[in-house]
Design a protein around this ligand. Structure first.
Ligand code: ZN
Length: 239
């Protein structure tokens, strides 16, 4: 039994490594997905900005056309000024010209505001586009690195599992079954150490006699609280 206990303790160390590595295997695709999502968000933000810019440019061109037409109108009115016969007609025409000019001023102002807005948005658009390029390059490298890591970890896990199965092959069927059940039900920790009468799996006190027996590693003793398998080891001083 002593040898068997030592063996499943070793198997536990391998399983602990396997679980750590498998966590990384699960997180890698999520990290890749998060990167893809960030790129997609950036792309749609850029696209939306481009749409707004196009819309504002359209609006500006429309106003410029209006302005041209109105300027033409004013010219016509102005040339008419010399043809009118009465003062009343002259005054009316003058007023029309004035109103048209005021409208033009407002249109010109609107055009200026639109141009400023477009310029500002274009700057932002360029900034975002550069950021997209940078992120795409950066993420591509990160993804490749991650995929390579996954490949290595995958190999490691397979090797560790083989080692663990080899170890467990010399352990009795019952102990193996107990071990496997505990690995599954106790979050990957089936074999635990003890210290000062406490189970280091669940941190409950155990009866003194049981503790003494457990420190001998001579027989299979399960924690009365968490059912984990005891394997006693003098703890190394932490450096
Ligand atoms: Zn316990």
């Amino acid at each position: 039994m002593e040898h068997e206990l030592k063996t499943i303790h070793e198997a536990q160390q391998l399983d602990t490594q396997i679980i750590e590595k498998e966590k990384k295997l699960v997180s890698a695709p999520m990290m890749i997905e998060a990167m893809d999502q960030e790129i997609e968000e950036l792309k749609s933000k850029i696209l939306k900005e481009k749409e707004i810019i196009d819309e504002l440019e359209k609006e500006r061109r429309k106003k410029e056309k209006e302005l041209d037409i109105d300027k033409e109108k004013i010219k016509k009115h102005e040339s008419k000024l010399y043809e009118v016969k009465t003062n009343k007609e002259y005054q009316a025409l003058l007023k029309e010209i004035e109103t048209a000019k005021a409208t033009n001023d407002k249109t010109e102002e609107d055009i200026l505001i639109l141009m400023e807005k477009v310029e500002e948005l274009k700057k932002d658009f360029e900034h975002l586009s550069a950021q997209l390029k940078k992120s795409e390059k950066e993420f591509e490298q990160k993804k490749n690195k991650l995929l390579k890591e996954v490949e290595t970890i995958d190999k490691d896990v397979r090797k560790l599992k083989e080692e663990r199965d080899n170890l467990l092959s010399i352990v009795s069927k019952n102990l193996k079954a107990t071990y496997r059940t505990l690995i599954e039900k106790r979050a990957g920790t089936a074999v635990v150490n003890l210290k000062n009468g406490v189970c280091l799996g669940c941190f409950m006190n155990i009866p003194p006699q049981l503790f003494i027996e457990a420190t001998k590693n001579r027989q299979l003793i399960l924690c009365p609280s968490c059912n984990r398998i005891f394997y006693f080891q003098e703890e190394f001083e932490e450096q």
